[in-house]
Design a protein around this ligand. Structure first.
Ligand code: AHR
Length: 507
């Protein structure tokens, strides 16, 4: 008989991680590659609306219920002059975009983007340029975006057809400023002082905003965690969040190793929480610093030689258009579980990115739009993961990998969320085993009279299976799991290498 694993979970209504901030289901759109042009915006397309935005793409984004979208970069922002993207389109300059060696036409800018995002019920998380610019530009920009008419930049916005302030609440002060590749890269104390003064001035213009300061670009940076500690030490009183970024890779095609990477994400979060709390004590501050995980995804298929391609000075070049497979989707499920498990400190998270550039949604110019494999775990978490995260106790067989030789990687990873308003409980669960199913039980303590509504499963016999324009529904979830409940015990078989969503409702 084929080997089967057994995994147990206990959820208790009174043991909670905390309230989940809806912004944990955020995403990201950068002026990079075909994310904006040929992605969300393609005026000549048969699906284009009056403003040139593709309705078919908007429909897919709407399905994801993205609450907030980070914009306009990314590395792009560190060379961006926001003034180039406002006012009459015919007056906007076409410029060399240096971060990705592309041509930026500025057809889409602040007003078009925010208007489009609002139509999709998305807030914009705005990033200011701290690469080539600084305090003066940032205070002008926030006045342009958020101030009522009566002053120079606010009146400029009104003149540009936007009578009401955009009221952007969340602002990133620069992007990945620790990275040598970043335009205007700085040492931590220099960035910290500039970020503190920029945040201070922006909060004078609009005291209702929140500020994200740039943490390390990735945990593997040699300057981590010193960069983060220095930046927080300098900016602690002005900052509300520190950013984290992570991109998962599988260059050596080692599935067990690859699926363990969410554990690295988890310990990265714990490390940043620890250093933030250290700085809190150092400052004798009452304020808790929260985390903004504002870039995470799989990113390696498009750079097999580990070199990120540039745009060849084209408009909308095909850049980092990773085609994701089933195992990437399972890892994305693990990433969603990891973010939710840390919902007490991670208040914002952005799947990087949303369309065409390492994205859950792909488009062809003049052609269709379709869903990549990673669309589904992100969709399920966004739709069914709202409410309160529960602290799960898990028993599972484990394995070891080269990347984490001292860590036991559990074959089962799972998390529960409860939505009191809807009287719903959701269990998200991953079976990491590439070959064997897992007999799953969950003891629901403190929940009585719940019934199983759905057991959605994303499974595939081919871990390398992908969705493409010609075969867009090759990897899709099915509501065909066997979860059942008897008393307070939920039982289900989790197929090998699968992402599972077990939805329960109080009767
Ligand atoms: O998301 C692609 C790029 O990755 C972003 O521009 C940058 O911030 C990160 O390095």
């Amino acid at each position: 008989m084929a080997k089967r694993n057994t995994g147990k979970m206990i959820l208790d209504k009174d043991f909670i991680v905390g309230k989940i901030d809806d912004r944990i289901f955020g995403s990201f759109l950068e002026h990079m590659g075909r994310a904006i042009y040929e992605g969300i915006y393609e005026p000549g397309h048969k699906e284009a609306d009056n403003a040139g935005f593709r309705k078919d793409v908007s429909k897919l984004i709407k399905e994801l219920q993205v609450p907030i979208v980070r914009y306009p970069g990314g590395n792009f922002v560190s060379g961006y002059n926001w003034e180039d993207g406002v006012g009459p389109k015919e007056n906007r300059p076409t410029k060399k975009e240096l971060a990705w060696e592309s041509i930026e036409t500025n057809e889409v800018g602040t007003n078009e983007f925010i208007t489009w995002a609002k139509e999709l019920d998305m807030d914009t998380m705005m990033t200011v340029n701290l690469g080539t610019r600084g305090i003066d530009d940032a205070r002008n920009f926030i006045e342009y975006c958020n101030s009522p008419s009566g002053t120079y930049y606010a009146d400029m916005r009104v003149e540009h057809g936007q009578a009401n302030p955009h009221d952007i609440k969340l602002w990133c002060i620069g992007n990945e400023m620790d990275g040598f590749w970043q335009i205007g890269h700085k040492p931590p104390d220099e960035y910290g002082k500039l970020a503190r003064e920029t945040a201070k001035v922006m909060k004078i213009v609009d005291p209702t905003i929140e500020i994200v300061v740039s943490g390390s670009s990735l945990r593997e940076m040699p300057s981590f965690p010193e960069w983060d500690a220095t930046v927080l030490d300098i900016t602690y009183e002005q900052a509300d969040y520190i950013s984290l970024h992570t991109y998962f890779t599988n260059f050596d095609d080692n599935l067990k190793n690859y699926l363990a990477l969410s554990m690295g994400m988890e310990s990265y979060i714990k490390s940043v929480v620890a250093l933030a709390d250290y700085i809190k004590e150092k400052h004798n501050s009452l304020k808790t610093m929260y985390l903004s995980f504002d870039e995470y995804n799989v990113w390696y298929h498009s750079r097999p030689d580990m070199v990120t391609p540039m745009g060849g000075w084209e408009v909308a070049p095909h850049l980092i258009e990773d085609v994701f497979n089933h195992e990437d989707a399972v890892l994305m499920g693990l990433a969603m579980i990891t973010l939710l498990r840390n919902a007490d400190r991670v208040k914002v998270a952005c799947l990087a990115q949303l369309v065409n550039v390492i994205a859950p949604i792909m488009t062809r110019s003049d052609g269709p739009a379709w869903k990549q494999t990673i669309f589904y775990p992100y969709l399920h978490a966004s739709l069914y993961g709202r409410g309160t995260a529960l602290r799960a106790s898990i028993q599972s067989p484990t394995y070891k990998t080269q990347s984490f030789p001292v860590i036991e990687v559990p074959i089962l990873d799972a998390l529960g969320t409860m939505n009191d308003d809807a009287n719903e409980l959701t269990i998200f669960a991953v079976n990491r085993d590439p070959d064997s199913p897992l007999d799953f039980t969950c003891d629901l303590r403190g929940f009585s009279d719940y019934k199983v509504v759905d057991h959605i499963v994303l499974a595939n016999d081919d871990p390398k299976a992908t969705n493409t324009e010609d075969n867009p529904d090759n990897v899709v979830p099915a509501n065909n799991g066997d979860a059942s409940i008897s008393g307070r015990i939920v039982k289900a078989v989790l197929p090998h290498l699968s992402w599972n969503v077990i939805r329960l409702k109080g009767v």
